[in-house]
Ligand binder design. Structure first.
Ligand SMILES: [Zn+2]
Length: 125
């Protein structure tokens, strides 16, 4: 059953504050890819034999879930902690840009992203 594969992938999915933005994006993309694959599998079955439309319904739900997951963005705070994003030209941390490239996504981005994923999965019937 494709649905089990999706549940297993979701059970293993973790975003935490210490991840880099690219690792967190990769985890999201991996999850979306599993869902997309399951949606494709359900579509293939629906095209073969689906007298009561169960598989088509499942394919549609998984398709919606995959596109929701693909649309989730990770909103990392890049505000320079030294000058509070003001971009003072003598700021040693950011050199005046007001922004820094964070080494990890932080609690707030991790929480928001995890919540968005949980909400997307909560809509699965
Ligand atoms: Zn600064």
């Amino acid at each position: 059953m494709t649905r089990d594969e999706v549940s297993a992938a979701y059970a293993e999915f973790r975003i935490d504050a210490s991840m880099s933005e690219s690792d967190a994006m990769a985890a999201l993309e991996l999850l979306a890819a599993v869902v997309q694959r399951s949606a494709d599998a359900a579509t293939a079955i629906a095209e073969q034999d689906d007298p009561d439309g169960t598989w088509q319904k499942q394919a549609d739900e998984l398709e919606d879930l995959a596109s929701e997951l693909q649309n989730i963005t990770i909103d990392v705070n890049t505000e320079c902690p030294s000058c509070s994003g003001e971009g003072a030209s003598d700021c040693p941390t950011c050199g005046g840009s007001g922004e820094v490239e964070p080494t990890n996504i932080g609690d707030s981005a991790a929480g928001e992203t995890s919540r968005a994923v949980a909400e997307a999965f909560a809509r699965l019937s």
